[in-house]
Write a protein that binds this ligand. Sequence first.
Ligand code: SAM
Length: 270
Amino acid sequence: MANKLLLILCYYKKEKILIEKFLNKIIPGDCLEVMRSMPEKSIDLVITSPPYNIKNSTGNGLKNPNKGKWQNARLVHGYATHNDAMPHEEYVKWQRDCLTEMMRLLKDDGAIFYNHKWRVQGGLLQDRSDIVSGFPVRQIIIWKRKGGINFNPGYFLPTYEVIYLIAKKKFKLAPKANRHGDVWEFMQETKNPHPAPFPLSLIERIVSSTTAQIILDPFMGSGTTAIAALKYKRNFIGIEIAREYVDMANKRIKEYLTELKFNFDNVQHK
Ligand SMILES: C[S@@+](CC[C@H](N)C(=O)[O-])C[C@H]1O[C@@H](n2cnc3c(N)ncnc32)[C@H](O)[C@@H]1O
């Protein structure tokens, strides 16, 4: 009996040590590989926005940066190390594999806020149900932006994206957070040099709507999820494949912490 207790104790201790290894770091690498090395049921919340595969489009899309409707879009050259143009089936499989890993990492009361974009492809709505079907989608939040990333005289400016709330059974919002409703209006980010950053206020809304202590973003980009987590005194884990964005995120975190310390010291001396 005592041995069994010890085994259980060691098991939990090992899990804790393992996850602590990842806390408050941006881990460079492929998110599937890194997530597969993390212990199951160790994460409270995932907030993420994957590449949208925007350059694989039945329209002119981003294929021809000089002639197409997208010529002014910041994503015209893709990401630093990912060109965002996978064959659709391959892309869907990749994203489903990523969601499967996120679900494995989540605790029983955890949830994923998975940001994506709906679009018309071949005259039909591509609503991303091929990616999320079979996962426990609880709600779809509309993020209404104040503008879009392109303009074409044949189209109204696209001004919304979606956030799938994919939740395990025991997930609950923080008290009173449900009053935010399911249509959220936040300006898109314009000052961040990353080609597709979250606006910080959007992620602060998500973080503050939960009591999550460990928050993972497997497509961390410029580190927005990390900054929101730090602002609310939560732990973050970021994974990012492009070294350039890892450096960008680390610089941003360092600047935020320096500013925090400066403000704290100033208050102490008053
Ligand atoms: C939509 S952006 C995320 C931006 C982020 N939300 C922010 O606020 O800056 C998607 C990110 O996923 C990264 N990425 C692409 N493939 C990846 C992979 N296999 N593993 C980890 N990150 C990847 C890209 O480099 C890009 O920075």
